[in-house]
Design a protein around this ligand. Sequence first.
Ligand code: ZN
Length: 656
Amino acid sequence: MHNQWNPEDAARFPGDLGQCVYASRLLGADPDLVLHGGGNTSVKIARSTIFGEPEALLYVKGSGSDLATVEAKDFAPVRLDHLRRLTTLETLSDSQWLNELRGSVADASAPPVSVEAMLHALLPAKYVFHTHSDAVLAMTNTPSGAERIRAIYGESVVIVPYVRPGFPVAKRCAAIFQAELSERTTGVVLLRHGLFSFGETAQAAYDQMISLVNQAEAYLASYPVPNAPVDEPDPQRALRQELADLRQAISTAAGAPMILSSHEDAQSLRFAQRPDLAVISQQGPATPDHVIRTKRVPMLGRDVAAFRAEYEAYFQEHQARASFALTMLDPAPRVILDPALGMVAVGRSAQEARISSDIYRHTMAIIEQATALESYQSESTAEVFDFEYWELEQAKLARLGRPPVFTGEIGLVTGAASGIGKACVESLLARGAAVVGLDINPAIEQLFNRPDFLGVRCDVTSEEQLIAALERTARAFGGLDMLILNAGIFPPSRRIENMPTAEWRRTMTINLDANLILMREAHVLLKRAPRGGRIAIIGSKNVPAPGPGAGAYSASKAALNQLARVVALEWGQDRIRVNSLHPNAVFDTGLWTEEVLQARAKNYGLTVEQYKTNNVLRVEVTSRDVAELAAEMCGPLFAKTTASQVPVDGGNERVI
Ligand code: ZN
């Protein structure tokens, strides 16, 4: 691990807190030290109270921010003396402890204080940094972890045995620090948790952290993880139905739709194929911050009933044990290991699933390293539950409030790179869904850079590519809940006596056939949508009111409309509903340049403004208007509606 301290960069962060921010970002940038909001840092600063009396404040990184991107405002100033004095109390309940922590913050707008603030308060140095270093975790999650730490660091570190986070650990640490901290102490190791470094300058504390971790890594270098051969599954095999089954079972257990992402990389497969998997994966998370359960499942076959029965038994067992807890923490596993699937990460959103997979990737490395060293040993499952349903964690979740309506659900939009399709992607994302966007334009792959979006380049005239896109959807997010059929073409205006057969066929292929194929292939996924599948079809005003010169377009959209009505009849029993919307004159799409608009307006003797609002309500209809209606048609408002056709055209006299 390299020391990344750069004096020039550091100089750009003025003041004691600024130096702490700089060091925090360096620590946060290394995933082998901290992951996704893990770890914390602090600096002690003297100031005067409003009464002009001297006071010591502990600026400690609050909950809800990431060290890698932390800013000064993310630190909470805690009254140091008050915090330290708490450890002189005999006992404090979790809720009293939380109240005292929050009540000792000197700034009402500060973020909530991390439960680890107390350890920062108890260490006397000005700067205190805490990480969950993979190397230290690998070492301390073994039966003889304490002896190994002694062997590496001698008497220069203070060792704290594993204690449940909160007041008990604070109390224990206060006693240990008082007895053992000395001039020679360079760090504190919390067994099965992580380590603390400290110093009078931010650089000294940072240097100390890197040096401690480097010593641990050097020790581990003599115990390499054996590189066992991996049984590579056929990458071409179709997993979408199995994944959708798994997602359905997990969502049922969780009581809400969940996102699943599957990982078939060499590390995940090697780990999931270990003969000792059942033993090593059920030992609890590598640190209490990584709350993950693992479940080994047999090779997924076609026997869906047996597969689901096994899951249901598993969930019931866990649900029974967790029945005392509030329902906010669902009983679903966060990671599933399978020799054929590798790792499947689970979350209530794509972001959560990504966090699960990132954390478990490090957990796998820690477990393998600990096993190479000796054997992996973490806290018992009972303690994990204790932590999971601990009231501080509950409080953290309570702050999240009510999730958006499509949280945990997955939508797929065709023709998604621009215009109405892109707006549909945005409307679904805004409602909390994970979204797959299909488009023939390669720009789709970079349309949004966020964990809940997957852009897939796809020619909808290719059956193979459509099927591959659904397969990618299931592997990325676990299944499909909502399908928005938007891709279509509008060929040049042409009377029927002049229509080339090729143009007619091409229009039908894109506007009709592709949608038949996509719906047919998506059926197995939509059928397994936890809340029932939804299809929204972007139709056209031309369905109820065709226009001269648009024969192929009007016929294709009318046929699609009729197909949707049959879908509604056939798939209602599968809890799949389909609704159509008929937009007209949506001009904010790529097709309508300012020049084209002007030419068309002139054609009718209108200004551009008059032309755009040439409808009963005299309003302009935008892509966003259409997208919002499509999204609502997938939402609870239309829960009991199928086969509807709703215009979104500002009112058209020919339709009315
Ligand atoms: Zn920690």
